[in-house]
Design a protein around this ligand. Structure first.
Ligand code: GBH
Length: 491
């Protein structure tokens, strides 16, 4: 473990993709402008009891009008790529291809062209949680298999209209959050506290929708457009409380399978859920008196269809927890947490952030990357999100975030250089402070500060933006002469 605490002075591979990210609902505003339809997040955040301070993304960073400013700050940081998402309801107001909103198409065309002009690669997420409300009202959104066709149509429209210039696609952002927090808790839209079944049904349809979009690209666009299509999965590292205790190690593995394996096993391994998920949920369902398992089953045909449908693994990673077995709980109502039977907690010494769920544990990302390499047959990995929050008001001197980025990016470097993990890119979340879902504007993740009280929403670089720029310019951490943190902050 000596390496674990030593800083590695070295550079990243030549073509390493340095990036930063945002998502449509969190930055755009313009929620009902120029023909945009309503999404489940518009509706969710218009209920003042669900969001911190009754806030919403109605205006947010106003990137619907200020996207040129966003490109400017990407240029200031010398970034190679920008990950943003397309608002489904801005293109398709009722979620279906029955009516296309050309003003929405124009908005993303301008953004994409502006990025390319600035030599910045657009990385486009198709779904970052803002489902057209109509699809939710009409048939229950992700709970209905009809969504697979509608998502596929939306994806196809994006490939058709933007694929001549966009070569990097992410189908879904964090299906775990969509399924578990959207349909298993009140935390995220549509805020349905499920019954230990809905969360698995939503996930089932998310996986099918992802696979359908990947096949559409593969069959109809890849030869001509030559891009890649992947998925962004979120996962915390699960550190066994005692590495010498087999049940803690088992708990760690079990949590990882329930967390990322839920989606990655079907997509990257064999079209089906991890064995441990099937066994545990089948068993508990029986004990709880269900006539069928709460975990839906894929047909053989569906397994074939799903397996191998990603050109890379997108990883959103923020933090680490300790893990140990929880006492078995077969009580009803059931849920994902009881199903996995793992208890998790933080070490009190891990530095806290502005979010209760996020502690800075840099070595966790290296261990997770190594686990993913083993588990999924050494895939290309893009880190599509990593970042650190502070509570408002935050000044520009964000040394906690500087520390976080320095150490996490260095652990990614170790994963590449010492463990041989094929990490192709790194994305800082987020380009600028934005609408942090249920936390509103109270938790800030930006490299750039945004003054939300000022109608022109000015963006100003924090210290972390300067640090990140230096790392990007050096393509890593240069030898000795750059041996101190101060060197990185000195312009
Ligand atoms: C990312 O999710 C999102 O993709 C991005 O939109 C968001 O802004 C960013 O994180 C920062 O939050 O205590 O039950 O509310 C990261 C994964 C999973 C982390 C859900 C927060 C909340 C757990 N997220 N988790 S809860």
């Amino acid at each position: 473990d000596a390496e674990r605490d030593t800083f590695l002075f070295d550079t990243f591979p030549e073509d390493f993709m340095w990036s930063s990210a945002t998502s449509a609902y969190q930055i755009e505003g313009g929620w009902n402008e120029d023909g945009k339809g309503v999404s489940i997040w518009d509706e969710f955040s218009h209920d003042p009891t669900l969001i911190y301070g009754g806030q919403s993304g109605d205006v947010a960073c106003d990137s619907y009008h200020k996207w040129r400013d966003d490109i400017e700050i990407l240029k200031e940081m010398k970034l190679k790529a920008y990950r943003f998402s397309i608002s489904w309801s801005r293109l398709l107001p009722d979620g279906t291809v029955n009516s296309i909103n050309e003003a929405g198409i124009r908005y993303y065309n301008e953004l994409i062209d502006g990025l390319l002009e600035a030599n910045i690669v657009p990385v486009v997420t198709l779904y970052h949680w803002d489902l057209p409300l109509n699809l939710h009202k009409k048939y229950g959104g992700w709970l209905n298999v009809a969504i697979v066709q509608d998502f596929n149509n939306f994806a196809k429209l994006c490939f058709m209209r933007f694929g001549d210039r966009v070569k990097n696609w992410i189908t879904l952002n964090e299906p775990w959050v969509v399924a578990q927090l959207g349909y298993g808790s009140f935390v995220k839209a549509p805020g349905i506290l499920g019954d230990g079944m809905k969360t698995y049904i939503a996930a089932h349809n998310l996986i099918k929708a992802h696979a359908a979009a990947w096949h559409t690209y593969d069959n109809e666009f890849r030869a001509k457009q030559g891009g890649i299509v992947g998925i962004s999965l979120n996962c915390d590292w699960a550190e066994p409380y005692k590495r010498t205790n087999p049940v803690d190690v088992e708990a760690s593995n079990r949590l990882l399978q329930f967390f990322i394996g839920w989606f990655a096993h079907p997509i990257f391994v064999d079209g089906d859920y991890p064995e441990i998920m099937k066994t545990r949920i089948d068993n508990k369902s029986r004990l709880q008196g269900y006539t069928e398992s709460r975990l839906p089953k894929f047909t053989e045909e569906e397994k074939q269809f799903i397996s191998g449908t990603s050109d890379f693994l997108g990883l959103n990673h923020y933090t680490t927890t300790y893990t140990a077995p929880a006492p078995e709980d077969n009580s009803v109502p059931p849920g994902w947490g009881k199903d996995n039977g793992v208890q998790k907690w933080f070490n009190k010494k891990w530095p806290g952030s502005g979010s209760g769920w996020l502690k800075g544990v840099p070595w966790g990302i290296r261990r997770l990357l190594e686990w993913l390499k083993e588990e999924y047959n050494d895939p290309d990995i893009y880190i599509t999100e990593n970042g650190f929050s502070a509570r408002e008001p935050e000044n520009l001197d964000d040394t906690g975030r500087v520390q976080y980025y320095m150490s996490y990016i260095n652990e990614v470097l170790k994963a590449i250089k010492l463990d041989g993990v094929k990490v192709k890119g790194y994305t800082a979340w987020s380009l600028m402070d934005n609408f942090e879902w249920a936390a509103g504007y109270s938790e800030r993740f930006g490299l750039y500060h945004v003054d939300f009280n000022n109608p022109s929403k000015p963006r100003r670089p924090k210290l972390s933006a300067k640090l990140y720029t230096t790392i990007v310019e050096n393509n890593g951490f240069q030898e000795e002469s750059h041996g101190t943190l101060e060197m990185y902050l000195d312009p």
